[in-house]
Design a protein around this ligand. Structure first.
Ligand code: NDP
Ligand code: GDR
Length: 355
């Protein structure tokens, strides 16, 4: 009898979905992913594992769907009857959530409820395990450092407020219906697959493009923000480990090291072979410049957020002890890997779009 496990990943076309799908396929799972209809291809990150729907015995299957569509989610869960669901889909950009707060709540908060209800409606609450992509953004305004599972939440954006609902509805379904439902409270994690508008990737792409003479300048917002940045590939392993435990629970995944945007900029430009120094944020001498005085990085207040999260630093002790999970890649190595990947891509193809 086959013991093959079946997983369903929402957000499979995103950074984490791509790493998790690969990981589960390597472990022998049959993997189903939910992708949104888009007017242009949105499967770039999963191209290498994509299987032609005409192939027999597909182990990686994509379904059209959306977290804002209950009937669609119920139908997919009914069809797939997964052993494990990883809910990674979200409007995941904090700054964008201030522009689209209602949509963000619909997808990130109520979307999670829709998926949990689909499991319950189909009577799968005792058989389907559930992972919720919770976030260090829940900690928001600093209450305690380092932040751990017991640190009080204080969301600072429509995104974080929506994720707060998703966190608690996951806890509630665990307690009310005995579901194996867990929250991974993941601190920022990056990679060469990171979305181009998140700050690390925006910086590594710009450093690569400027070094190749394809871009003049990079505009950034708050350089003083500090984040606990780890490697996305390692965090996907942590998600899987949470669903392999006998009991469901909530875990922080983090590196335990924090870095300012300012330092990440210096590292990335250094890795791209450009030496810059900070000149201040005044009208005359904005941002960073080369020794010949040419300004390469300028602060643009348009990127400031109405409310900011100043400092994130996670304590991953519980994940170390209970899951045996540890990060391996340092943030310094991460910057190097991302710049190298962006340089390689840009050398072989022209860049499109602006920053
Ligand atoms: P991405 O933004 O790279 O990916 C998000 C995914 O969700 C994409 O596949 C996107 O589809 C999909 N999606 C967005 N809206 C909907 C919707 N309404 N219905 C169905 N699918 C939708 O995020 P990451 O991979 O970086 O993050 C994964 C999850 O983890 C997210 O929930 C995020 O909020 C959370 N998280 C991320 C952290 C990080 O540092 N990366 C840290 C903590 C939590 P499309 O490709 O079509 O846009
Ligand atoms: P974050 O990531 O908001 O932490 O959310 P992001 O990379 O967008 O911002 C990190 C910090 O950098 C500052 N910043 C800028 N950010 C962006 N995007 N663009 C800029 O030009 C810029 N300049 C400075 C920001 O103000 C912020 O302080 C990410 C997402 O993946 C969420 O989905 C996830 O939940 C959290 O990480 C943990």
């Amino acid at each position: 009898m086959s013991m093959k496990k079946i997983a369903l990943i929402t957000g499979v076309t995103g950074q984490d979905g791509a790493y998790l799908a690969r990981l589960l396929l390597d472990k022998g799972y049959e993997v189903h992913g939910v992708k949104r209809r888009s007017s242009s291809f949105n499967t770039g990150r999963i191209e290498d594992i994509y299987q032609d729907p005409h192939e027999q015995h597909q182990r990686f299957v994509l379904h059209y769907g959306d977290l804002t569509d209950s009937t669609n989610l119920i139908r997919i869960v009914q069809e797939v009857r997964p052993d494990e669901i990883y809910n990674l889909a979200a409007q995941s950009h904090v700054a964008v959530s201030f522009e689209t707060p209602e949509y963000t709540a619909n997808a990130d908060a109520i979307g999670t409820l829709r998926l949990l209800e689909a499991i319950r409606i189909l009577g799968l609450e005792k058989t389907t395990r559930f992972y919720q992509a919770s976030t260090s953004e829940l900690y928001g305004l600093v209450q305690e450092v380092p932040q751990r599972e017991t640190t009080p939440f204080y969301p600072r954006s429509p995104y974080a407020a929506a994720k707060l609902y998703a966190y608690w509805i996951t806890v509630n379904y665990r307690e009310a219906y005995g579901m194996h439902a867990s929250n991974g409270i993941l601190f920022n994690h990056e990679s060469p697959l990171r979305g181009e508008t998140f700050v690390t990737r925006k910086i590594t792409r710009a450093a690569a493009a400027i070094s190749l003479g394809r871009q003049d300048k990079l505009y950034l917002g708050n350089l003083d923000a500090k984040r606990d940045w780890g490697h996305a590939k390692e965090y996907a392993q942590g998600m899987w480990l949470m669903l392999q435990q006998d009991e469901p629970d909530d875990y922080v995944l983090a590196t335990g090291e924090t870095t300012s945007v300012r330092d990440f900029v210096l590292w990335a430009f250094d890795d791209a072979g450009i030496s810059i120094e900070f000149r201040g944020e005044g009208i005359e001498e904005k941002g960073y410049a080369r020794s010949d005085g040419r300004c390469l990085v300028e602060v643009d207040p348009a990127y400031f957020r109405p409310t900011e999260v100043d400092l994130l630093l996670g304590d991953p002790s519980k994940a170390h002890q209970k899951l045996g999970w540890r990060h391996e890649t340092s943030v310094r190595e991460l910057a190097r890997e991302m710049v190298a990947a962006d340089l390689e891509v840009m050398r072989s193809a022209p860049i499109s779009g602006d920053q």
